[in-house]
Design a protein around this ligand. Structure first.
Ligand code: GLC
Length: 615
């Protein structure tokens, strides 16, 4: 374990908050010190995200399932990751792709059964892979037994107290209790009809109308989630990815809010019930920009201090299981980095997704600033930093990095929008991944990025399921384009996703040539690049290493040294975002994200890992 003096109060040092491109640590000075060699597994783990609907379909119904996942797990062992995180597989009406849970203790029949889940966990462990499951505590499905009971029981009942029900404002309570919008567009409140047929109270749903927010002030809610954690720990899982971890507690009094509300998108508080106030496919701020509101404590729905007590309780539940550690990873769109670090103080969660890294533009200064600020903030609390470039909520980085980098990250891309430059995007994506996997800490890889899969940017609207698309009357495209089923075998039905011909979302033509069987064993393929990066990373324990900037760094070059966890190797990583090739010093090029020049220099949009001679 790393031993540092840790601030347990809400006041953290804010040194990292002031990191800018002008205040980066000088080359050769330590930005981040190496972890101890016996650090626990999660401090440098590479965790692969499986989106169960879209990874492997064993029964041919067009939707992925647990038996499909179990059968394909050896692929993950061969890829060289440490753990798999599965997006929700619980009983759900699937109004938000399973992030609307109707029963936290059972598997949706589309995905299989509890026996299938047990078999999947057992097989993963047999292969040396840890299993992280998704936990959705901010809201349940409207089909959850508690919410049904709340609707039936009526105003003032104990059943309603588990959710956020309020009387409306205005004559006859016909106006919502406050002006909060839903993250997915439209109003954040819906009025119910009471048992006697009269218009009744309103309930809060920060997301879809089918995702009522729980009331985390209620002891039964707290106790229920402790029990759910135990249910899955008892089944052998190694940790939980915690959905919307910054949203559980709302500011007392639920005051009106006239700023923006965003998670992957900005929503106008003044938009009407169906989001009609929004501009068509409006440009989105980076999450950082949006959530600066939370950083100042301004937004009443995100990052309230009360959330931390909840996670302290969860940490105790997990620690009662002893070693090896079972972990919590926060999905918290909170910035700046020192606010996010509050979620990973030693008695709270273990990890938090680093969305500042995901949101950084393809710009050497921006990336170096994020890398240093992230490491310093997490070091302040003794937590490892994580790194992530893609997930099921954002445009895949092979496409995102092929877009105009001066524009904010879009929420989905469709025909008619500016299309990404696929060649440029993939080249940069490979370079970005090679940079990411050289950084100390943990890393998250989203299914298919190891194949260089692009976003489906021309999916017909008739297939779209994201509630964002529907709640904004198609004004915001949403996230379906990054959730398309995996191609395993070119030419097989659904490119090997399953025996059926019709996957739940259509695959773009480009997926056939990117299928696993087209890349396996092919020198230079994206799959083999990932395998090589992961192999060297594990072998030399770069995830436990230290970080210093190298003097080759400039406005257009990211150059860093990682002295590996074994203390014997120094890796020089060069990511060249500039026009001129960069010549590395003498050393062995372990791996590069693309071809080097004839003279061995690192060209534009390329990352090289160079092992320096032992001093
Ligand atoms: C998280 C999930 C996202 C979901 C939302 C509501 O952000 O990653 O997919 O829509 O929470 O649960």
């Amino acid at each position: 374990m790393v031993s540092v003096t840790l601030p347990l109060t809400d006041t953290l040092t804010e040194t990292a908050a002031s990191t800018t491109a002008d205040t980066l640590t000088a080359p050769g000075e330590v930005v981040h010190a190496a972890d101890s060699p016996d650090a626990p597994w999660w401090r440098d783990a590479v965790i692969y995200q499986v989106y169960p609907r879209s990874w492997a379909d064993a029964d041919g119904d067009g939707m992925g399932d647990l038996p499909g996942i179990t059968a394909r797990l050896p692929y993950l062992r061969d890829l060289g990751v440490d753990a798999v995180w599965l997006s929700p597989f619980y009983v759900s009406p699937m109004h938000d792709a399973g992030y609307d849970v109707a029963n936290y203790r059972d598997i949706d029949p589309r995905f299989g059964s509890l026996d299938d889940a047990d078999a999947m966990v057992a097989e993963a462990h047999e292969l040396g892979l840890k299993v992280i499951v998704d936990l959705v505590p901010n809201h349940t499905s409207s089909e959850h037994a508690w919410f049904r009971a709340a609707l039936a029981a009526g105003p003032g009942s104990p059943e309603r107290a588990r959710y956020v029900f309020r009387d409306g404002r205005g004559p006859d309570g016909e106006e919502p209790p406050n002006n909060w919008p839903s993250v997915f567009g439209g109003r954040g409140w819906t009025r119910v009809t009471e048992a006697d047929g009269t218009p009744g109270q309103w309930y809060l749903h920060i997301f879809d109308v089918t995702q009522p927010d729980l009331n985390w002030e209620h002891p039964e809610v707290v106790a229920e989630f402790h029990d759910i954690l135990r249910f899955w720990c008892d089944r052998g899982v190694d940790g939980f990815r915690v959905d919307v971890a910054h949203g559980l507690v709302k500011r007392e009094g639920l005051p009106d809010w006239h700023g923006k509300v965003g998670l992957y998108d900005e929503v106008d508080a003044d938009a009407g019930p169906t989001g009609e106030g929004r501009d068509a496919q409006q440009p989105h701020s980076s999450a950082g920009e949006v959530l600066d509101h939370t950083a100042t404590g301004a937004s009443p729905m995100w990052d309230q201090d009360g959330v931390h007590e909840i996670y302290r309780g969860w940490r105790k539940v997990l620690e009662s299981y002893g070693l090896p550690d079972r972990i919590l990873c926060a999905e918290a769109w909170v910035t700046p980095a020192h606010r996010l670090a509050r979620y990973v103080r030693p008695d709270e969660m273990h990890q938090a997704f680093n969305f500042d890294f995901l949101d950084a533009h393809w710009d050497a200064g921006a990336l170096r600033t994020v890398i240093e600020a992230s490491l310093r903030s997490n070091d302040d609390v003794g937590a490892p930093t994580t790194w992530v470039l893609s997930n099921h909520d954002v445009v895949r980085h092979a496409s995102r990095l092929g877009l105009d980098q001066s524009l904010p990250r879009p929420n989905g891309i469709r025909a008619g929008d500016p299309q990404p430059d696929a060649v440029l995007g993939l080249r940069r994506a490979r370079a970005a991944t090679a940079l990411m996997l050289a950084l100390p800490g943990g890393a998250y890889v989203y299914q298919g990025e190891e194949l260089g899969l692009p976003e489906h940017t021309t999916m017909p609207d008739s297939f779209r399921q994201d509630p964002t698309f529907h709640r904004t009357s198609a004004k915001v495209t949403g996230r379906d384009g990054c959730r398309v089923p995996m191609p395993w075998v070119k030419g097989a039905p659904s490119n090997g996703f399953g025996p059926g011909d019709t996957p739940w979302l259509p695959q773009p033509d480009a997926y056939a040539d990117l299928a696993v069987d087209q890349q396996e064993g092919v020198a230079g393929s994206t799959l083999e690049l990932y395998r090589a990066l992961l192999e060297y990373r594990r072998k030399h324990r770069f995830g436990h290493g230290s970080l210093t900037w190298d003097a080759l760094s400039s406005d257009t070059v990211i150059a860093l040294r990682n002295t590996a966890g074994d203390g014997e190797r120094t890796l020089l990583v060069i990511t060249n975002l500039g026009a001129d090739p960069v010549t590395p010093p003498p050393g062995e090029v372990l791996v590069a994200s693309g071809p080097l020049t004839d003279s061995g220099a690192v060209p534009t949009d390329t990352t090289a890992w160079v092992r320096l001679p032992v001093a």
